[in-house]
Design a binder for this molecule. Structure first.
Ligand SMILES: *Cc1c(COP(=O)(O)O)cnc(C)c1O
Length: 435
């Protein structure tokens, strides 16, 4: 077996299909053999700075010994067990801790394996919440409200509530209809409140789903908690189920442990994944409040939530999620997070001074900016590939969304490395065709 860089690449092209990637030699990926802290090491010895936390999942750096230990210990005693009819301490403990950290009215944790399934679960819970109520006099609820520019995942329900684009165009005939609201700002909030009030008056909406404060894959669009609060205040006068997709924003990405801490009005269901295991194993949760839980309590079998996955609440994933929470809540990590938040604020000032950049925005541990362009501003702007290559050639992993560049560092990242990323961006016009 050829495990050299070129050997791995040839074998990959011959046998593997990668996400969001055309097939073919032109798109051959870089083989990674090791990760350490904020760095990834290639088979031919390069050391690449992971400035996107490996798709936003990594919090504490790669190969963290504390997480590795938790994983190995769990693997040695019980790597997995069926989660219907059986339970285990790692899942119970994780549920207790998440509920306690969330506070408020959250009552019950449902496990699945990734962000998209957490969204499917939340949507199905919302639909069945009404179906379980046997109230034939009530108008049938069929509308789901989401934001323009949203991304909630790649399965069918999740695609349906996401913005329509080339990413889901081939499937559009099979997606259910959704009412899309513009993302709120000072100018449109009054109109959006009226729109929400109309939905409430109609009484036909079953769910309102949103990424609080930052829309991730849709372009790192940021918006103010006060506007979401205003919309929630109206939605909560109705029975519709409010779903917060915190799959990206959770675990201090917006500066607080959960983005909803910055809201006065809380959702009925919150979805978490990505950072939940610190980037070690796939796991997600959809956490329901008392109202949703009660619609499924003491019901006949046919009215229970008939949903599950083979690896639901995998023991190792739960164990490593508990370990990741241990690290996250340590004062040392909290200090690192504050330092990154502060550094990102400083960098935002420097970015604002660069003429080829516009729309600099940041919140918590995420900063995003747009490269000025005459071309289209979508993900398919070819500038994206040029930018990606430029940074990779400088051993920095950034994955631009079209002409939008963002940095989402693991909390372990050295502040000097954030400067290094800035320096690489600062000289972009000298090296990359930005038209
Ligand atoms: C990544 C993401 C998802 C989908 O999660 P997967 O684990 O990739 O299926 C859903 N919602 C948001 C906000 C995300 O960032």
């Amino acid at each position: 077996m050829d495990t050299t860089q070129l050997g791995l690449q040839a074998r990959d092209t011959a046998s593997v299909w990668h996400p969001f990637t055309p097939l073919g030699e032109q798109y051959t990926p870089l083989p990674i053999v090791r990760g350490q802290g904020a760095y990834l090491f290639t088979a031919d010895g390069r050391k690449i700075l992971d400035a996107v936390s490996s798709w936003w999942v990594n919090l504490h750096g790669h190969s963290h010994p504390y997480l590795a230990k938790a994983l190995a210990e769990q693997a040695a005693i019980l790597p997995h067990v069926i989660f219907a009819g059986f339970t285990h301490e790692p899942a119970i403990r994780l549920s207790e801790r998440l509920l306690s950290l969330l506070g408020g009215d959250f009552k019950s944790v449902f496990f699945s394996d990734n962000g998209s399934t957490a969204i499917e679960v939340a949507l199905k819970m919302a639909m069945q919440y009404f179906d379980n109520q046997n109230n034939t006099t009530k108008k049938k609820r069929h509308k789901i409200i989401a934001f323009e520019g949203a991304y909630h995942g790649d399965t069918f329900g999740a695609m349906s509530v996401g913005a329509r684009s080339a990413f889901n165009a081939p499937f559009s005939p099979f997606l259910f209809e959704v009412e899309f609201l513009d993302l709120p700002n000072a100018t449109n909030i009054k109109r959006l409140c009226e729109q929400m009030q109309n939905y409430v008056n109609e009484g036909e909406s079953l769910a309102f789903i949103f990424e609080p404060l930052i829309q991730g894959a849709g372009g790192m669009n940021m918006y103010e908690p006060q506007y979401l609060n205003q919309l929630l205040a109206i939605a909560k006068t109705d029975d519709m189920v409010c779903i917060a997709d915190e799959i990206m924003t959770g675990f201090y990405r917006t500066g607080t442990l959960f983005a909803i801490e910055q809201l006065e009005h809380k959702p009925d269901i919150i979805c978490l994944s990505k950072g939940i295991t610190g980037g070690t194993l796939p796991l997600s949760v959809s956490i329901a409040n008392r109202r949703i839980k009660s619609a499924f309590e003491d019901v006949p079998y046919a009215k229970s939530f008939l949903h599950g996955h083979s690896y639901t609440a995998n023991t190792m994933a739960c164990a490593v999620a508990n370990a990741s929470l241990d690290l996250l809540l340590q004062s040392e990590t909290q200090m690192r997070i504050s330092k990154i938040v502060e550094k990102i604020q400083n960098l935002s000032q420097k970015f604002k001074a660069l003429a080829f950049i516009e729309n600099v925005r940041y919140r918590g541990t995420v900063i995003a900016l747009d490269i000025r362009t005459q071309g289209e501003t979508s993900y398919f702007n070819s500038m994206r590939d040029r930018l990606y290559q430029y940074f990779i050639n400088r051993d920095i992993l950034l994955r631009p969304l079209g002409n939008t560049l963002y940095i989402m560092p693991p909390y372990i990242m050295d502040l000097n490395d954030l400067d290094r990323i800035y320096q690489a961006i600062e000289v972009l016009p000298e090296h990359v065709d930005l038209k």
